[in-house]
Design a protein. Sequence first.
Length: 207
Amino acid sequence: MTTIEHWEIQSTAKAQQSGAEVSGGVYSTRDWFPVSGRATVMAGLLENGKYPDVFHSDNLRAIEIPDASGNQFVVPWWYRTQFTLTKAARGTHTLVRTNGVIASADVWANGHLVADRMTVAGAYPVYEFDVTPWVHEGTNWLALRVYPADPQRALARNDLTVTEAEKQLIIRALKETRGNRTLAAKKIGMSRRTLHRKLHTYGLEEF
């Protein structure tokens, strides 16, 4: 099993091409954001300095205001990457496993739709797809069109405060890093000292 560590992301408001085009080998990702394999859209934007000092003062509130297009976080975002395959033995299959896509996604490989959002949906779902018919020796491209949660249809709250959102973000980072505060602070873009202060503020010292 090979983990894909690096992706690029962009809003569908800007990358308006079809999945067949985005997952094709000639598609240009100029002006896309490079992110780590487990990054949410927000984490990816923080990695790229889109929102500096987001945890200082009340800067986080400014992110709640959409960008000029009015749809920064309410439209799907593309996640795109490439991977290389060596010549496989006859009868070998290539599988793509998705871990923790929220809330749903279309999966494309080399211009072909592998699975749509009706299949890839839920809270941190794990799916495995056989992409053998659509991949080949050499460089291959994979693209996910990830849809945000719909509070009218999913188990999501639309009254979440900025404070509660920050608290949940910290809890998630600590769980993903198994309580490593240094890694958790880096993951969410704050200093370890700031994280320590917020753990005290939110009563999370047990982590």
